[in-house]
Design a protein around this ligand. Structure first.
Ligand SMILES: Nc1ncnc2c1ncn2[C@@H]1O[C@H](COP(=O)(O)OP(=O)(O)OP(=O)(O)O)[C@@H](O)[C@H]1O
Length: 301
């Protein structure tokens, strides 16, 4: 079943002559983990806000479970747990209250809502924060609480605007693990925005890449990898200051001092490795193309 059917959507903010996004057409099937990638200002949050009916599109249509969203404003609150970038509404509630009231308002009985609160506190590892006001939490703690609130009441769709921003590596892993599990156990449709292509790759099933308000490509991870071809990603760590010795025509990209990245066709791998000055080469890693490579391929093309 289709959860979202977005057709030719355009958004101009009032007074703006440039569209924040234009001619966006995409479909999201039920049970999918769908990642929206794009650089700053690409139009990701605008699109998400249109999809949760917080912004009216200038033109185009968004159908949600087959119903025109703008004519059925009750659907999103009933079916979508949405986590915006910022959310001041929780500031005057303790974590306990935020979880309990959200679950209760989403239709759980008082008793079920209490159990849901306990389950979420444990699952998201925030039991020690339960009596604190959201406004008194660190940025990362607030994000975890907002994620738990979005998931309260077990709605069938989760829409998350940058779920792992501000989080340390352990908590980022926890978030992706919980989301993957939620999708596997309950078939929850999960739609999220991220800048982090490397992490998104661990969980995402389908991807849309936005740039400058336009949808550059949409597809499954394997479809997009095929478009980048059978390219291999070679990462080299060299003594800083010494660029790697590569056959002519290859342009390595210095990711950070001493760390180089070069995309190769399969047949080039052998000659390139043989030509390397081994005495200056501290590390060599060879991968198939990653989601980050796909992203860079589209956004820098
Ligand atoms: N309220 C607004 N009024 C006018 N222009 C806006 C408004 N909100 C966003 N924009 C513009 O619309 C474009 C898309 O913004 P949007 O926030 O959707 O991008 P984004 O991809 O989510 O960016 P980021 O990754 O930086 O959060 C940008 O050019 C932005 O300046």
């Amino acid at each position: 079943m289709l959860v979202y059917d977005v057709q030719d959507v355009v958004k101009y903010y009032p007074g703006q002559t440039k569209a924040a996004n234009e001619h966006i057409t995409l479909q999201i099937q039920e049970g999918t983990i769908f990642g929206i990638l794009g650089d700053n200002g690409a139009g990701k949050s605008t699109l998400i806000r249109q999809m949760v009916n917080l912004l009216q599109s200038t033109s185009g249509s968004i159908k949600f479970y087959g119903h025109e969203l703008k004519n059925n404003p009750q659907l999103v609150p009933q079916l979508v747990g949405y986590m915006p970038q910022r959310y001041e509404a929780l500031n005057n509630l303790t974590v306990d209250e935020a979880l309990y009231f959200t679950a209760h308002l989403r239709g759980m009985t008082r008793n079920d809502a209490r159990q849901e609160r306990e389950r979420l506190l444990k699952l998201w590892q925030i039991e020690d924060l339960r009596h604190k006001y959201s406004s008194r939490l660190s940025g990362g703690q607030q994000r975890i609480v907002r994620l738990a609130v979005a998931a309260a009441g077990r709605l069938p769709v989760l829409i998350l605007d940058e779920p792992t921003n501000d989080l340390d590596p352990l908590r980022r892993k926890m978030v992706w693990d919980i989301l993957r599990q939620l999708n596997a156990d309950s078939g929850t449709t999960i739609i999220f925005i991220t800048h982090d292509a490397i992490e998104a790759e661990k969980i995402v099933q389908r991807i849309a890449i936005l740039h400058d308000g336009r949808l550059l490509v949409e597809g499954s991870l394997s479809e997009l990898k095929q478009i980048v071809g059978k390219k291999m990603r070679l990462e080299l760590t060299f003594t800083p200051g010494l660029p790697p010795t590569l056959p002519e025509g290859l342009m390595p990209y210095e990711v950070m001092p001493g760390r180089w990245l070069v995309m190769l066709d399969w047949e080039q791998v052998g000659p390139v490795l043989s030509a390397l000055a081994r005495e200056y080469c501290d590390d060599v890693r060879l991968y198939t193309a990653t989601l980050e490579d796909i992203y860079l391929h589209y956004v820098t093309a």
